[in-house]
Design a protein around this ligand. Sequence first.
Ligand code: GAL
Length: 351
Amino acid sequence: MKKLLASVLAGTMALSMVACGGSSASSAPAAASSAPAAASSAAASVAESVPAGGTVGVCIYKFDDAFMTTYRNALTKILEDKGYTVTCVDGNNDQAKQTEQINTFITQGVDALIVNPVMTSAADSIIAAVKDADIPTVLINREPTAEQMAAYDKLVYVGCDARQSGTMQGELILDTETKGDINGDGVVKYIMIQGDPENVDAQYRTEFSVKALEDAGVKVEQLDLQRGDWDRNKGQEIAQTDLAKFGDDIEVVFCNNDDMAIGALQAIQAAGRTVNKDIYLVGVDALDAALNEVSNGNMTGTVLNDAEGQASQAVVCMEELLGGKTYAEGEQSVYVDYVKVTPENVSEFKK
Ligand code: GAL
């Protein structure tokens, strides 16, 4: 079955490259050159049903999000390099707006959709709409439940298992000289700056970062937990207020993402505190700014949220769907691994 799919895809890609005038040889997938001259009739009929150089609608929950900007750019480039016509729209963090955008794509008859939902609670209606229109759909970045996805077998989620990133954040703290207990009183006191809690990434990172410490037998005390909605300014404000309130009691600042951690770092520095000396700071994403701060010692560490890896996996899944693949219930989540980033390995992640 895998082989058949591969040849279907190779055939599909060969067709689309021809139709689009295939910009450069390097953008053609390796498989295309080994595509059989005449695909089997079954494969050919599937391939023919996919318009060459098809149209893809991409819905992003909001453009003004640091990580999703990197992701969106990577995704658009991969699709365009492959000859697809891509329309990428900004949901402005407004589910009603995004629902309208999805409906517009459906009316236009796009060949495939890639959707980063604004609200995972809206997944049911999104899935019902794309199913009704029979449009192969890849959901990204905000994971609905397996039950929600089971409603449509031409739908797959590509993302990461956020529990892994939370655990890695906890490990980054456990790897420090004091295991997070800077003042040596036997309790790690922390503040948690959370992303949008509607998103499982925020829920799991919050839970599993602390769980890693507890599982290692470390006592913890949460001084504060506030939602910063993935936003740098909010991260800065929350950290500033907490530093004024709890002062030296704060030993660890957990941020669900790097953009909030960069904001928190500004507050930490303004309060005269020094990361890795009298306070620890961790994020997730491995944004360029965070990689620099990890190198400079101003962040304890971060976790790579692999935008390129997820974007290319999303395109692989989209092409499989276009080639006729369906996904069984319980097998609709495809995960890309997170990677721990420390001062020791940070240079490997810098571009
Ligand atoms: C997370 C990422 C955050 C934010 C969020 C949006 O995976 O770490 O920075 O982009 O997705 O849903």
